[in-house]
Design a protein around this ligand. Structure first.
Ligand code: ADP
Length: 327
């Protein structure tokens, strides 16, 4: 077994988060430093998650990445920034006295495969769960134990908030090098058990305007940027409510936006008991119904941060470092 220490595979999952105090622009585009601190709720991975496998091996000749089963360009600047940063942190740790504790050579190339169980680039924050999961998986294979805010942030700013469960603050920081621009948990997911989050999916198509360009436009053109907290990076609305109100709210949505073809698939995620719409609420919904205006609702709640999957069957890459065939 001379090859025992020449291969290491790690698979983990990471959550989506939705900000209630928004990250809405950058003060440094290169380092991805925000113009304000932000606060988010981490959503439960039972409904929305990214799964990422990272494998390092002596036998790999180049870094490679597959996203949702398709090979992507590993040279993308954001992926490169994450890789550079994680290798820098690993090198820093190894230059200490901890040589023996560390897994494999830093020179080994990495293969990465990642899947989202929800639409990518559609305004459902796949970049947040995606880059948090990437940072988490890379840290495990390269033996990095320090704070991963910077690694995730270099992929996508809001990704640093997906490194923790519950309620999370991304502190904007003051330093020019961004070292103090980090995420931290404000309260765990158990803090507010009745809280529910409903995502009203108006469109699950790829966004016409990516978040980066959208943010730049907002910073340049919106004099009310700091007060505009209700719009999001995409058309989909996110509703925060309490457990005892969900059924009636869903009834109101069904009334105003009658499901078109997929009536039985209209509600995804947490089960919601059918409830009648009260006459009072019906009267208050003073609008003509818009059939199909909302494609579906994802009912979810606050959830935990990234998780390691111990079961080797969970790996998205086989021992040859290539994506396992999907059945
Ligand atoms: P979203 O609203 O889904 O975050 P963005 O346009 O802001 O949309 O970001 C989508 C981009 O994030 C993708 O094009 C891809 O580059 C990156 N991304 C999404 N999911 C992953 C993933 N699982 N792993 C790595 N990168 C990902």
């Amino acid at each position: 077994m001379a090859s025992e220490k020449t291969y290491l595979a790690v698979t983990c999952t990471a959550p989506v988060n939705i900000a209630v105090i928004k990250y809405w622009g950058k003060r440094d585009e290169e380092l991805i430093l925000p113009i304000n601190s932000s606060l988010s709720v981490t959503l439960h991975q039972d409904q929305l998650k990214t799964t990422t496998t990272a494998v390092i091996s002596k036998d790999f000749t180049e870094d490679r990445i597959w996203l949702n089963g398709r090979e992507e360009d590993i040279g993308q600047p954001r992926i490169q920034a994450c890789l550079r940063e994680i290798r820098r942190l690993a090198r820093k740790r190894r230059s200490g006295d901890e040589e023996d504790l560390l897994p494999l050579s830093l020179n080994y190339k990495v293969h990465i495969a990642s899947v989202n169980n929800f639409p990518t680039a559609a305004g459902l924050a796949s970049s947040a769960s995606g880059y948090a999961c990437l940072a988490y998986a890379l840290a495990r294979v390269y033996g990095v134990e320090s704070d991963l805010s910077e690694v995730a942030r270099r992929g996508s700013g809001s990704a640093c908030r997906s490194l923790y469960g519950g309620f999370v603050e991304w502190q904007m920081g003051e330093q020019a090098d961004g070292k103090d621009s980090v995420a931290r948990q404000v309260a765990p997911e158990s803090h507010w058990p009745e809280l529910r989050v409903l995502i009203l999916v108006v469109s699950a198509e790829k966004k016409l305007t990516g978040s980066t360009v959208g943010m730049q436009t907002s910073v340049e053109t919106s004099p009310l940027l700091r007060v505009a907290y209700t719009f999001d990076a995409g058309p989909n609305a996110v509703i925060f409510t309490l457990d005892d109100t969900v059924a009636e709210f869903v009834a109101a949505v069904r009334h105003s936006f009658p499901p078109e073809s997929n009536g039985d698939k209209f509600l995804k995620g947490l089960p919601v008991k059918p409830a009648p719409l009260s006459d009072e609420l019906k009267a208050a919904l003073d609008m003509d119904p818009t059939p199909g205006g909302i494609k579906y609702i994802i009912a979810t709640q606050v959830g935990p941060g990234p998780q390691i999957l111990d079961n080797p069957h969970a790996h998205l890459l086989g021992p040859d470092g290539l994506p396992k065939p999907t059945v």
